[in-house]
Design a protein around this ligand. Structure first.
Ligand SMILES: NC(=O)C1=CN([C@@H]2O[C@H](COP(=O)(O)OP(=O)(O)OC[C@H]3O[C@@H](n4cnc5c(N)ncnc54)[C@H](OP(=O)(O)O)[C@@H]3O)[C@@H](O)[C@H]2O)[C@@H](O)CC1
Ligand SMILES: [K+]
Length: 493
C-alpha cells in the first residue's frame, strides 16, 4: 500500500471530487465508514462526546455525530466557542445536526467528564500545518487524562501526517485511529506512532488512477503485496530447486543464535542447509537439527569461512568479535561477491573496522537501532534515520532492514517499505537470529532480494503474532516463532 504525503492526499481528494462525487458526499462516505465501524466495535457503549474542529476533520465529526445518533447512541458535540468560522462542508454538517434536538452542541469549556462516554477526536486531521495553540493543548491534555476509550478520526490531533513533532508537543492519545484510505508515515515511527493506538484503515474509494500514478518512496507492507510476492512450491521440484543456505555464526556460549537461524532457514523452505560454527557447537547443532549439515571452524569461535558455490550466506548470529573471527569475516568478504545477509556481530565488526565497502552489492544488512548508529552515526530522530538509511542504501547499493517496532526495508533505489506485522513479544534476544535465517532461506530460494526482504520481515512478524496469540507476548519465545512459520505459509496458501 502506498503512503502519500498530506499534500498528495489533499490532491487525491480534489481529483476524486473532480471525477463525479461532490465534496460533501465524500465527507458523507468517510463519516459513514467511521460510524459503521464504531457501531460494530462499540456496541455496548451508549454515549459519545465528539470534539470537532473548524475544518473538514471537524466536518467528519459532525456527520459521524448525526449517524451515530441515528443508530441510537447518545451524542454530545463540542466545538470551539471562540471560532465560528467553519469550512464549507463542515458548516453544512454542523447545520444538519443543529436541527436534531437530541444532539447537544456545547463549547469546549462546557465539557465535564461526568459520564462514561467514548471520546472522539475530530479536531484536526491532515490539515494541521503548525503547532497547536495553548487552548487546544489544554483541551487535549484534559481529554488525555480521562480514562475512557478514545478514537481519533483520520489522525490523532497534534500529529502531522508525514513529519516529526517537537518532543514536548501535546497530542491526543487515541486507542483507535480510524484513518482514510492510507497509512500516514507518522503512524509508523516510534515518536509519533505511540499516539495512534490501533490503526484502522477505512476505504473511501479515492481515485485509483490518481493513486496508481502518484510517485512515493514510502509503502506499507500489506497482504496484497505479500500475496503477489509469495511463490508456492512447485509439484515437480527437488531440493536443488530451493537453493543452498549457509548460516555462519555461533561462538562458545552463543551457539543457540546460529541454531535458531539455521532452524528458521529450514522452516522457511531452504532446499539444502548448512551451518558453519565452531566445534563446540557440533553436538547441539547435530542433535537439535539433524536436517542441517555442519561444517566446523575453530574450537570455540569461527576462524575461517569456507566459500561454497551457488550458496547464499547469512552471517552474524552469535558470531562474536574475536580477532580470528574478524579476520575470517574480512577475508571472506574480500573474496566473495554474491549477495549475503549480515547481522549482529558481522555488522559490529564492519562498523568497528569501517570496512563497509567490503559488503557485496545487493547484500542485506539487518541492524537494530544501536547497530545502525554504530554503522552510520547518530541521527536526531527516526525520520532522519530513515533518510540516512536511504542515502546509505543507495551509496553502498545494499538493502538495509532497520529493525524497530515497525521494521523498515530500505532499498538501494531509496524506497522504504514499513512492516506492520509483529509485536512487542518479539523484543527478545534471538528474534533477530530468526529473521537472518528467514532472509537467507528466501534469497537462496531465488526470491528477488527486494522481495525476500519484504516477505521476510512480514513473515517474521506474522509468525510472531501467531506465537503471541498462543503463548502471550510475555511468554512467547523466538523458538515458538520459528514453529509458527509453517502456519503462516498455510495461511498464505
Ligand atoms: N481524502 C480524504 O482523506 C478525506 C478527508 N476528509 C477529512 O478532511 C480532513 C482534512 O480537512 P482540512 O483540510 O479542512 O484540515 P483540518 O485538519 O480539518 O484542519 C482545518 C484547518 O485548520 C487550520 N489549521 C492548521 N493547523 C492549525 C493549528 N495548529 N491551529 C489552528 N488552525 C490550524 C488550517 O487552515 P489554515 O489556518 O492554514 O488556513 C486547516 O486547513 C481529513 O483529515 C479528513 O478528516 C474527509 O472529510 C473526506 C475525505
Ligand atoms: K483528528
Amino acid at each position: 500500500m502506498k503512503i502519500l504525503s498530506s499534500s498528495q492526499i489533499k490532491q487525491c481528494d480534489s481529483v476524486t471530487i473532480g471525477k463525479g462525487i461532490s465534496s460533501i458526499d465524500l465527507m458523507e462516505r468517510a463519516a459513514k465508514a467511521c460510524s459503521d465501524w464504531i457501531e460494530i466495535n462499540f456496541k455496548i457503549n451508549k454515549g459519545f462526546s465528539i470534539f470537532c474542529g473548524n475544518g473538514n476533520n471537524g466536518g467528519d465529526g459532525f456527520a459521524i455525530a448525526r449517524m451515530l445518533y441515528e443508530k441510537g447512541f447518545d451524542i454530545d458535540v463540542f466545538i470551539d466557542e471562540n471560532n465560528f468560522k467553519f469550512s464549507d462542508d463542515s458548516k453544512i454538517n454542523l447545520d444538519r445536526i443543529k436541527k436534531i434536538s437530541g444532539i447537544g452542541i456545547k463549547g469546549f469549556s462546557e465539557f465535564e467528564n461526568n459520564r462514561e462516554s467514548v471520546i472522539i477526536d475530530a479536531l484536526f486531521g491532515y490539515g494541521l500545518n503548525r503547532e497547536l495553540s495553548d487552548d487546544f493543548n489544554d483541551l487535549i491534555e484534559k481529554l488525555n487524562e480521562i480514562h475512557t476509550s478514545k478514537i481519533s478520526i483520520d489522525i490523532p490531533t497534534g500529529l502531522f501526517a508525514d513529519r516529526i513533532i517537537d518532543e514536548h508537543s501535546t497530542v491526543f492519545k487515541a486507542d483507535f485511529t480510524l484513518t482514510f484510505q492510507f497509512y500516514k508515515r507518522s503512524f509508523l515511527h516510534p515518536e509519533t506512532g505511540r499516539f495512534c493506538g490501533k490503526i484502522i484503515v477505512l476505504n473511501i474509494d479515492l481515485d485509483e488512477d490518481f493513486i496508481n500514478g502518484t510517485k512515493t518512496d514510502y509503502f506499507v507492507i500489506d497482504e496484497t503485496l505479500i500475496k503477489n510476492i509469495y511463490k508456492p512450491r512447485k509439484e515437480f521440484s527437488h531440493k536443488g530447486t530451493y537453493g543452498k543456505s549457509i548460516l555462519v555464526g555461533g561462538s562458545y556460549g552463543k551457539i543457540g543464535a546460529v541454531l535458531m537461524s539455521t532452524l528458521s532457514a529450514l522452516r522457511t523452505g531452504s532446499g539444502l542447509t548448512f551451518t558453519i560454527a565452531p566445534k563446540c557447537g557440533n553436538t547441539v547443532l547435530q542433535s537439535q537439527i539433524p536436517e542441517a549439515m555442519f561444517i566446523d571452524s575453530g574450537e570455540n569461535h569461527i576462524n575461517k569461512i569456507e566459500i561454497q558455490e551457488k550458496a547464499v550466506y547469512g552471517i552474524g548470529p552469535g558470531l562474536g568479535k574475536e580477532k580470528e573471527t574478524r579476520k575470517a569475516l574480512l577475508e571472506f568478504l574480500e573474496n566473495y561477491t554474491g549477495p549475503i545477509v549480515l547481522d549482529a556481530d558481522a555488522i559490529n565488526i564492519l562498523a568497528e573496522t569501517q570496512r563497509l565497502n567490503l559488503i557485496p552489492e545487493n547484500s542485506v544488512i539487518t541492524p537494530h537501532p544501536l547497530e545502525f548508529e554504530r554503522l552510520f552515526g547518530k541521527t536526531e530522530n527516526s525520520f532522519e534515520k530513515i533518510e540516512l538509511a536511504k542515502q546509505k542504501a543507495e551509496e553502498l547499493q545494499i538493502f538495509i532492514i532497520l529493525k524497530d517496532h515497525h521494521t523498515a526495508v530500505v532499498t538501494p533505489g531509496k524506497k522504504v517499505f514499513y512492516n506492520i506485522t509483529g509485536n512487542s513479544g518479539m523484543a527478545k534476544g534471538g528474534s533477530g537470529d530468526v529473521l537472518t535465517g528467514i532472509l537467507t532461506s528466501l534469497i537462496s530460494q531465488r526470491y528477488e532480494i527486494e522481495e525476500a526482504c519484504i516477505f521476510g520481515v512480514w513473515l517474521h512478524g506474522k509468525a510472531g503474532d501467531l506465537a503471541a496469540e498462543e503463548f502471550s507476548k510475555e511468554a512467547m519465545l523466538p523458538t515458538d516463532l520459528i514453529n509458527k512459520i509453517g502456519d503462516v505459509f498455510k495461511y498464505l496458501s
